[in-house]
Design a protein around this ligand. Sequence first.
Ligand code: FES
Length: 132
Amino acid sequence: MSANSHDWIPIANARDVPERSTRKFVANIDGNEEECFLVHYEGRFYAYVNRCCHVPITLDWVENRFFTADGRYLQCATQGARYLPDTGECVAGPPCGKFLRRLDVAVVDGVVYARASQTETDQTHPTGGVYG
Ligand code: FES
């Protein structure tokens, strides 16, 4: 990835997003401005569109609070669906088995970048994140 590629957007310095924390940002997805969020989980970074797979609303009620109290899942505040932080798969709740829409993530010179995924719309085979 070239940091100069126009479709990659800088999200944050990796060191400013601690383990099991998130950072919201806006990205152009299929021509629409979408709220998204960056996830730092077990040393890797992931990014998803902030939209529940059950009802298309944002996951966080409290601004930028996505993780469950135990830090194991991303949770929809509306009806409690729980998603795996590293794949975006829903493992509990109404949309069980569905995946959050993932963005590509890259870390270059300590800066985390994201862009709309160039390779998939149906995420039945998500790949891992990027080390920070
Ligand atoms: S809106 Fe997220 S679980 Fe129903």
